[in-house]
Ligand binder design. Sequence first.
Ligand code: NAP
Length: 315
Amino acid sequence: MSKVYDVVILGAGPGGLAAGLYAGRARLSTLIIEKGQDGGQIAITDEIENYPGQMLEEESGPSLIARMTEQCKKFGCDRVSDTISSVELEGPVKKLVGRKGEYEGKTVIIATGAYPRPIGCKGEQDYMGRGVSYCATCDANFFEDLEVFVVGGGDAAVEEAMYLTKFARKVTIIHRRNELRAAKSIQEKAFKNDKLFFMWDSVVEELGGDELLQKMIVRNVKTGELTTYEADEDDGLFGVFGFIGRVPNSDLFKDSGLTMDEKGYIPTDDDMHTNIPGVFAVGDIRVKSLRQVVTAAADGAIAATQAEKYINELD
Ligand code: NAP
C-alpha cells in the first residue's frame, strides 16, 4: 500500500517549487514529481531581471531554480523523477500513475507548465538538434561565430536573440509583423545591439539541408515573395531558434474531469481551486494574464496554503 501524501505536486518549475516550500513549511507530507530537470521554462532562461530582489549579475534561470529546489529539500519534501501517464483526480484520494510507480495524495497541485510552440514549417522536425532549437541557453555555444535566425517577436524571442549575439556572428529576428510584441524596454536594448538584425513581415516556410540545417525558405506575408537562405560554405550550417509562445502541458488531464479552456489551460479561482475539490493548478498551466516566475511562485504559495485548509476541513 503506497503512502497517501497530504500534497502531491506535479511539476518542479517555480510554481511547483513554491508550492513545495509552503507545503513543506506547513509540515504537510509533500511529494514533488518531475519528469525532467527542475525549473520548467526558467531552466532554459539565461537572464532573470524581473524577479523581485534579483539583482545579482550572475543570476540565471538554473541558478535561481537550484536554490528553490534546495529550499524544498530543506523543508522535507520528497522527490520522485517520473513521467505520469494517467490520473484519477476525483474522490478523496487522488492517484497519479507513472512509469516507475503510483502516487497518492489527499490533494494534487498541478504545475505542469507549458512547452515551446513549434514553428510549424516543413522540415522543422528533421533538423531538431541539427540546427533547430528552442533553447538559447542550452544550444547557443554550438553556434559560436555562425549565423543564427530567431523566429518570433515577443519578450522571449528578443531577449534570447540578444543572448545569442554573445555567441553568433550575426542574429536575425524573423517576425510575422513589422512591429515587435516585446516590452519597450527590451526593444530599446535590442535596437541598440549591432549584431542583431530584423526580417519583418516574414514567416519560415521550409527548412532543409543535408545532415545539418543549411537552407531556409522565408515568405514575405505582404508580398508573398519567397527568399531562400543558404548557409555560408565555410560555416556548413546555421541555427534557427523558435520562440513563438507556449503550449500548455495538459494532455494528461483530458479525460480526468478537470475543466480546461479551448487551448488546454486550466481555469482556477483566485485561490487556485480547479473544478475538482482538492485539485489546484498553478503557474503557466493556469488561465491567467501574466505568466512569469513571480506569478507562478505566488500561485504556488496560495495553492499550498489552500491545500492545507482543504485537508484540515477533511479531518
Ligand atoms: P508571446 O509574448 O506570446 O509572443 C509570441 C511571439 O511569437 C509573438 O511575437 C507572435 O507574433 C509570434 N508568433 C506566435 N505564433 C506564431 C506563428 N505561428 N508564427 C510566427 N510567429 C508567431 O510569447 P513569449 O515571448 O514566449 O512570452 C510568453 C510570456 O512570457 C509573455 O507573457 C512574456 O511577457 C513572458 N516573458 C517575459 C520575459 C521577461 O519579462 N523578461 C521574458 C520571456 C517571456 P505576434 O506578435 O504577431 O502575435
